[in-house]
Ligand binder design. Structure first.
Ligand SMILES: [Zn+2]
Length: 262
């Protein structure tokens, strides 16, 4: 697995972000895992907040969206932001016909269209970006605790195979920053036995969960090998300068991760 850390942070016109080198070098995909830095929103949404559902001013969110689109070279109207539901519904945008439904009550998207930028918003949950290098298909996944329990990552990879004939060996997968095993405590009643290899019991009806590793295990169950995976191994709860964290801050912003075929 290719593990990225703080030293891999990049900057472009005041925006800080992480990228998978493997995806970047393909040349036909644009993607980034943005941080909270470089936007115009005021505290507690400072500053690159992309959610207009948490109390931030719509004009600030819109300016932030425009900043990102301009920096990465696409039209802001091409960014598809979901009404993330913490469930496992997958939006499929497949050529030749595709219209955006409304509302967008999904937690993952898959497309083979060019110039559609799939977006995931997070503040502790795990964003995952997927590329099929051969068939030119991309996906973006919002994997929180519930989505992970519903095996949303497994379901997205399965759908890519069924709908587009994708093969596991052609996929590149990048896991973005999320709350780490250092900080992610959950109650026994929300715990799933299959998470045990990636979790530590605190012995008091509480578990510390490694959300990223649980999702890595889901990709491996679908035939993905270590060398196909990149992981930005930074905890959103620990790194307050870089990331919004719902657990740490409560009322806060959401950082954007996106991917699109140019
Ligand atoms: Zn942490």
């Amino acid at each position: 697995m290719n593990i990225l850390d703080r030293s891999d942070l990049k900057t472009k016109t005041n925006l800080s972000y992480f990228q998978s080198e493997d995806i970047a070098k393909l040349g036909w995909v644009q993607h980034a895992f943005l941080t909270r830095q470089g936007g115009v929103s005021l505290p507690p949404y400072d500053s690159l907040n992309l959610s207009d559902k948490n109390g931030d001013h719509k004009e600030c969110v819109s300016t932030n969206k425009n900043l990102i689109a301009r920096t990465f070279g696409f039209d802001p109207s091409r960014l598809v932001l979901l009404d993330q539901m913490q469930q496992d519904q997958i939006l499929l945008l497949k050529k030749p016909i595709a219209t955006l439904p409304s509302p967008l009550e999904y937690d993952a998207l898959i497309t083979n269209f060019t110039n559609i930028y799939l977006a995931i918003l997070t503040a502790d949950c795990l964003p995952i970006l997927v590329v099929d290098q051969k068939r030119k298909v991309i996906a973006a996944i919002h994997a929180g605790r519930n989505g992970t329990a519903l095996r949303i990552t497994t379901k997205v990879l399965t759908k890519m195979k069924e709908e587009f004939g994708c093969s596991s060996r052609d996929l590149l997968i990048t896991l973005g920053p999320s709350i780490g095993v250092c900080c992610y405590e959950i109650d026994e009643k929300a715990f799933h036995p299959e998470w045990e290899p990636f979790s530590t019991s605190k012995g008091t009806g509480k578990w510390m969960i490694d959300l990223a590793q649980v999702n890595v295990a889901q990709t491996k169950g679908e035939g993905i090998e270590d060398e196909q995976i990149s992981w930005i191994n930074l905890c959103t709860h620990c790194c307050s300068d870089l990331f919004f964290s719902y657990r740490r801050e409560g009322r806060t912003g959401r950082q954007l991760s996106f991917i699109g075929i140019i």
